[in-house]
Each structure stands twice: as C-alpha cells, then as structure tokens.
Design a protein around this ligand. Sequence first.
Ligand code: COA
Length: 159
Amino acid sequence: MSARRGDVRPARPADRAAVVALWDALVAEHAARDPVFALREGSAATLLAAVDGISRDPAAALWVWDGVDGVVGFCAALRRAAPATAAERWRVEITELVVAPAARRRGIGKALALAAFDWAAGSGVARIEVRVSVHNDGGQAFWRTLGFADFVNVLDRRL
Ligand SMILES: CC(C)(COP(=O)(O)OP(=O)(O)OC[C@H]1O[C@@H](n2cnc3c(N)ncnc32)[C@H](O)[C@@H]1OP(=O)(O)O)[C@@H](O)C(=O)NCCC(=O)NCCS
C-alpha cells in the first residue's frame, strides 16, 4: 500500500455527510456478518442525528481522517462515569471506528485510535474500552495489535 497522505483532525459540521456514509457502511459490513447489527429502513436520518449528538456532547469526541481522497475514516469516543461504588471514576469507550475499505492497512485506523487515546489521557482517564464483534476478525486483530485484551464477554441468546 502507498504511504498515507492526510491527517487526523476533529470533525467539523461539513463532515456530517461523509461520517454518516462511513457509519452506514460500517454497520452494513457488520450486518453482513451478523444480522443483529442491521439498521432499520431509512436510518440515515438517525445516524445524522447521532453525529450531531456526538458533536454537541461535551463528554464525546469525533475525529476524521482527512486525506487526498477526502474523509475516509472516523472515530468516535465517549467518556463514561463508572458506577458510584467503583474505585475507577471514569473510562473512555471508543464507540465507532471505521476506515473505508480502499484506505485500509495504511495506518489510518491506528492514527484515529491514537487521537482517542490522547483525548482520554488528556482528560485524566486511564482506561479505554471497545466492543468488538467476535465475528469481526480484522477488528479483533487490529485492537489486539494496539494492546487491547479480553475484558468482559457479552453473551447473548435468541428467545
Ligand atoms: C479495523 C479498521 C478500523 C482498521 O483500520 P486500518 O486503517 O486498516 O488499520 P491500520 O492500518 O491502522 O492497522 C494497524 C495494524 O492493525 C493490524 N490490523 C489492521 N487490520 C487488520 C486486519 N484486517 N487483519 C489483521 N490485522 C489487522 C495490523 O497489525 C496493522 O498493521 P500492519 O498493516 O502494519 O500490519 C478497519 O479495518 C475497519 O474500518 N474495519 C471495519 C470496521 C471495524 O471493524 N471497526 C472496528 C470495530 S469496533
């Protein structure tokens, strides 16, 4: 792959459509592996509202990768309070991370994740969580490369 050209920056209002398109494609990719992730019909407006909600939320952040081909990746993160009884007060959860298929394996996903790490560390948070589908081999490998390890297993069953 050619060297990446571009950089991570905080998302701007003008990025909304690009972020929604990436988010929609991310969900479609997950839904192809497990239908439980499938979006409802006409959910683009909901994704748009979710992007706007992240932008307004002081506990949330969203970064994009802006390169020669425009915005080809984004990462969203949320600072969450721990239960009142926990010694740990806060954690950051990376809620979404996606890079367009044609731009993968150039370090863009890592650069976006590192922006979230810096943001978490800068706000005094010492631990980051991410939920990854067990069917997502690439995502599993990516996060483990960045030092993430098994923490909690989320189990489910059909009724
Ligand atoms: C996971 C994802 C964000 C990675 O983005 P990316 O830009 O391709 O990742 P990077 O190029 O920064 O990869 C960094 C390292 O992670 C590992 N890695 C990344 N993707 C991998 C894959 N599919 N299989 C194995 N290892 C992988 C490699 O060690 C890679 O370094 P290398 O290319 O020098 O070997 C991207 O594949 C994606 O958008 N997938 C669909 C959405 C998704 O799964 N999101 C995360 C789930 S929460």
